[in-house]
Design a protein around this ligand. Structure first.
Ligand SMILES: Cc1cc2nc3c(=O)[nH]c(=O)nc-3n(C[C@H](O)[C@H](O)[C@H](O)COP(=O)(O)O)c2cc1C
Length: 220
């Protein structure tokens, strides 16, 4: 896909078309592309990327339950994170690379504060996620981002079988434009948090709604 078309056609998706299947092989192909090309400091890859097929009904409900959106709401009023009902879930979690760091700098783990390590590892995880999201989208697959696994990283780790507690999840599949979904927590139909109409206008209106302007962000 042409680059501008690629970035403009990506939206955070909340509902999925289950009639069309995304194969494991095609996601692994993206992972291999990312592994070869994503920037990584000193070739350390300070993260794990766990691929999980989200086809177990109970575990799907458990994942949506963990990924509660608004803590001040109960399960009946919480809009939820329905993107976690995607056919595939990708979990990003941290991997300890202290020993690898010493290959290039024997004092690496001494001068680097915990904060600095966390910052750089988070930077890398963000860059990695972007490459995965765009690599998938370039093949026609959609993604829905979710950080609410932070409500229970250990529980999320067990569900998706990741080696360390995930900090960030991606739902992957063919996106649907449904404005409602069946919340497995309550078995009730709810509105998706942001439907595609709102998503489109919110991207265009971002400068008029009290959000940072272009020059607030980009210092020229
Ligand atoms: C680090 C990060 C975490 C996010 N976590 C969530 C989340 O927990 N739930 C959610 O619905 N969207 C989440 N999003 C998606 C944003 O809400 C979304 O990107 C934003 O609303 C802009 O919409 P767009 O991506 O469709 O342009 C996250 C995005 C980022 C970058």
């Amino acid at each position: 896909m042409e680059y501008k078309q690629l970035i403009e056609s990506r939206w955070n998706r909340f509902t999925w078309n289950y009639d069309k299947e995304v194969s494991k092989e095609s996601i692994v192909e993206v992972f291999k592309e990312v592994y070869m090309n994503v920037p990584t400091k000193n070739q350390m890859f300070p993260y794990y990327v766990t691929l999980y097929k989200n086809d177990d009904k109970q575990k799907r409900k458990d994942l949506v339950t963990i990924c509660h959106r608004n803590v001040y709401k109960d399960i009946f009023t919480d809009p939820g994170n329905p993107q976690m009902l995607a056919p595939w879930i990708i979990g990003i979690s941290f991997r300890n690379v202290d020993e690898l760091e010493k290959r290039y700098d024997p004092l690496g783990d001494i001068w680097r504060s915990d904060d600095h390590i966390k910052q750089m590892n988070s930077f890398e995880a963000g860059m990695l996620s972007t490459y995965i999201i765009l690599g998938l989208h370039n093949r026609g697959y959609d993604t829905g981002l979710c950080q609410n696994c932070s409500n229970d990283p250990e529980g999320t780790m067990k569900i998706i079988n990741s080696p360390t507690p995930p900090i960030f999840l991606l739902g992957v599949g063919y996106g649907a434009d449904d404005k409602t979904y069946l919340d497995p927590r309550t078995n009730e139909v709810k509105n998706v948090p942001y439907n595609i109409d709102v998503a489109e206008s919110s991207r265009k209106k971002k400068f008029t709604e009290g959000n940072p302007s272009f020059t607030d962000v980009f210092r020229l």
